[in-house]
Each structure stands twice: as C-alpha cells, then as structure tokens.
Design a protein. Structure first.
Length: 495
C-alpha cells in the first residue's frame, strides 16, 4: 500500500489527546502545564507542556496498540528510501553508538575515519571496540580535513581483514562529502557493513542538487540529526537500516540498551512533522534555500578580506567527492584576525551567532528556514566586520601541526585508557604520557586527542595556542589545559 505522507501519526495523536480531554495521573508532573512555574510558562508557552505527554500510556495506550510511533517510523523510512527507521530522542550521539554496537563488539575491530565526532569515540569507550583509524584527506593549504577516500578504506581492510565493518562521517560540518558509493563497494565486496554518520545530512534525500544520500549510495546504517539541517527540535535524531548485513533486531536492542525509557514526545513530533514537510514541500523549500545560499556566497565574496570556500576549494583529487553549499564557510584570514574573535565580535555587535569557527574561518549555516531578511542581516554584519576588523585586538597565532604530526601513536584501547588509574600533570610534563581523556575543539566536536594516545609536543602546543587564541576545548578535566589527565605510571586498565 502506498504511504500517505499527508499523515503525521505523532502530531495527529497529540491533537487527539487534547481534543479528547484526557486526564493523566501519570508523569510528567506538570500535568499539561497546570503545575509548571508561571515564569517558565511565560517564557516557553503552554504549547510545550501540552505536547509533553508519555509515549506509552499517553500518546498511545500502555501496550502501544495504535502503533503511533511505529507508523511514524515507517513513513520516515519510506520518505528516505530505507527499509527501517528508528527515532531517537537522545541525539545522533545515541544513534551512532547503537549502530557501532550492532556491527562490532568488545575487542573486535571497526574501521573508523579519524575525523569522527566525539560521540563515536564515546561509543568506543563504552563498548571496548578496537578502532582501526582511517586517515582523512588533509588539505595542507587550508588546514582542513575531508573524509577518507575509498582507497584508504580498501588499504585498511587489506591490513585488517578481520575488521567487522567501517564507519565514515559524511558530510563533514564544513559541507564536504565522501564518495559513499565507492566506500560502500569496498565494504560490501567483503560482506562487511558500512555505517555513515550523516548527522549533517538530514536534508540530502530531498533534493538532487545536494550530495548523495547514504541510503541511495548503499550504506547499511545511516545516522542523521533532524535538528541540524532539518527543522526538528534539538536532540531529534533518526537512524536508518537497509540490507541484511546488520540485523534489525540487534540494532533495535542496542538502541533500547542505550536510550532513555522516558522519550520526549515533543521530539518525536518534531521529527514526524519534518518528514511530512520535506516529502510534500522539501524540493521547493530546498531549491529556495540553495538559491539564497548561492546568492549570499556571491555577495560575501565581494566583501574585502573574505573568501567563501566553494566546490573548487573542497573537491578534487585528494579532497572531497561532493559538496553541500548550504554551510557557508567563510575564510577571513586576510582580515588579520581569527574565527574565534570574529565570531565573538558578531555576537556582541550584531547579535548574530555563527556555527563552525576555527583559526581562520567562520561559518553561516543556511537551511530552508532562511530568507532574504536573515541573509540581509548576515551580510550587513559581515560588511561591518570587514570595516571594523582592524579594531579587533591582534589574534595570537594558532600553531597548527603538519599532517605527519597530527596522529600520535595509539598505545591502548580508548576504553582501557579512560578507565585506568589517572593523574593530572602540568602540560609541560605531559609529553610522552598516555592521554586518559578526550581533548576536543568545539564546535565541530572532532577530538584532537583521544584516550589511549601518546601525547606529543606539537599536539599540546596546538591546543594550548588555540585556547589562547579563543578555541573552546570543553571536555578535558582542565579546559585551559594547564594540566592534562593521563594514565598513571604503571597503571593498567581498571587499576
């Protein structure tokens, strides 16, 4: 039977809940806003509380006999050409862990692109999976990483034929995308599954001018964040499955193991409504967004001291295979300041928040929600930044390692280092020690140092100089990195 994408089962059930005047003697304790603090109600509005009901015994009955969530997931799978879809209210951080635990197991190998998000590393720590790191393609001119190539995965499988599968991140937060079809072919020739962390690609299935969608490219499991490039609420995520290389029931069990027993119906509703919006209007909305982003790119390029990275910058031999133009990545190195200071200046003086910021770039993420008004505000602020850049204090230099200095030796599994006995030592004494924590510039959240890696002077110098220049590294025990948490001398796992 053909799917009816005018339906939104979660939203419809919420509407019915309100229309029928149900009275709950169950959580949540605010009881449809009646018990919520008046100040909270004034800020959030009562609609938030009206949509906050139990998934089981509220949205649906206690046995979930109306299959509200199941029907919403089936419609999503149909919309994106997957065989099965799972909703997550714990973000793609949960989704990618569930996928990893469905493909590999403790002490089993998994090929992982080293440009993976910290949530992937958290999955390695929780699971005890043995990562075989696959190097990204490094742009030495722009100091930027693109996803690993299919050839790099091929060689990794040749060295580690016992690896259970592979995980690649595509697109990156900078909008560059891997050749997923070729990587899937490398995996499937060996009957090994491919997981794609496509957190930044929720919009990809709905327009032909965007990079290839993972399910269409042959991925076995694809994880995507509806809240990033879609219009779901924060933490709204889905993961999709196709083929028989990953067992459906195993994936469902792993998600159940990691997930909350109190899922937010509000997040389900956001995912459900976004699917309907995209199926019915997505092509038109994204066409408009792509046209707007293209126009904005051209106009930013005319601003003194600014260059917008485009397909020619990011794609080609040794770089990415495809390019998403909606993350507008602006190189401001000619302004003699860094992205951290520029982003702070834009927030202070124009109330504009940018997303990815680094030592030489800021980014403006465009979606179907943007229009001429939001674009005009951004352009006005960027022109003012160009004029005022000379008034910003000189930015300290960030000492970026070369490609040969970026990868320290992995001494032990991330799990073993994380759970070993530890000590905090001054950063000057940390060189040569084994890290017991992640050190992650954020955003975008790709760890520079992982538990189990031997610390090197170039990496510590990069992070310390980055922090001095404005970089945010929130996850170490000491975010200033004056001290570093390392494995205690002589410590073994769990000691």
């Amino acid at each position: 039977m053909r799917a009816n994408h005018h339906e939104a089962p979660v939203l419809d059930a919420l509407a019915a809940y309100k229309e029928k005047g149900r009275l709950a003697f169950t959580p949540p304790g605010h009881k449809q806003a009646r018990g919520a603090d008046p100040a909270v109600r004034a800020v959030l509005g009562d609609a938030v509380f009206f949509g906050d009901v139990l998934a089981s015994g509220g949205l649906d009955d206690r046995r979930q006999s109306s299959n509200v969530l199941q029907r919403a997931e089936q419609l999503m799978a149909d919309a994106v050409h997957a065989e099965h879809t799972f909703f997550s209210t714990c973000g793609s951080s949960l989704s990618v862990k569930a996928a990893m635990l469905s493909v590999a197991a403790p002490h089993r190998k998994l090929l992982v692109g080293r440009d993976a998000h910290k949530s992937v590393v958290a999955g390695l720590i929780l699971s005890g999976i043995d990562p075989v790191w696959v190097e990204p393609q490094w742009d030495t001119e722009r100091h930027l990483a693109h996803a690993p190539s299919a050839d790099t995965f091929e060689k990794a499988f040749e060295r580690h034929p016992d690896a259970c599968g592979a995980l690649v991140t595509s697109p990156t937060p900078y909008g560059s995308a891997a050749d997923l079809g070729a990587i899937a072919e490398v995996c499937h020739r060996r009957s090994k599954p491919l997981i794609v962390d496509e957190a930044w690609g929720a919009h990809l299935p709905f327009h032909p001018d965007l990079p290839s969608w993972a399910m269409d490219a042959g991925a076995d499991v694809c994880v995507t964040s509806i809240h990033k490039m879609g219009s779901g609420l924060e933490q709204g995520s889905v993961f999709h499955l196709q083929g028989d290389l990953v067992d459906h029931d195993t994936l469902a069990s792993r998600a159940d193991l990691l997930g909350t027993t109190s899922p937010s119906v509000l997040l389900y509703a956001g995912i459900d409504g976004w699917r309907r919006q995209m199926v019915l209007e997505g092509h038109e909305l994204l066409s408009r967004a792509l046209g707007l982003a293209g126009d904005v790119r051209e106009r930013i390029e005319k601003i003194d001291g600014m260059h917008v990275n485009d397909r020619d910058d990011f794609c080609g031999p040794g770089k990415a295979a495809e390019f998403d133009p909606l993350p507008v990545i602006i190189d401001i190195s000619e302004l003699a300041t860094n992205g951290y200071r520029a982003a702070d200046w834009l927030r202070t003086h124009h109330r504009i928040d940018t997303h990815i910021v680094d030592h030489r770039r800021i980014s403006a993420q465009f979606t179907h929600a943007d229009d001429e008004s939001t674009a005009g505000r951004l352009l006005e602020a960027l022109r003012d930044l160009s004029r005022q850049a000379r008034t910003l204090e000189p930015a300290p230099a960030v000492e970026i390692p070369g490609p040969d200095e970026l990868r320290p030796d992995q001494v032990c599994l991330p799990r073993d280092a994380y759970f070993a006995a530890t000590e905090d030592v001054p950063v000057e004494e940390a060189v040569g020690r084994v890290a017991a924590e992640m050190m992650t510039p954020y955003p975008p959240g790709i760890p520079t140092v992982l538990p189990g890696e031997r610390l090197t002077e170039p990496l510590l110098r990069y992070l310390r100089s980055g922090i001095e220049a404005g970089m945010n590294v929130p996850d170490p025990a000491d975010p200033t990195l004056r001290t570093v948490r390392v494995c205690a001398d002589g410590a073994g796992p769990g000691t």
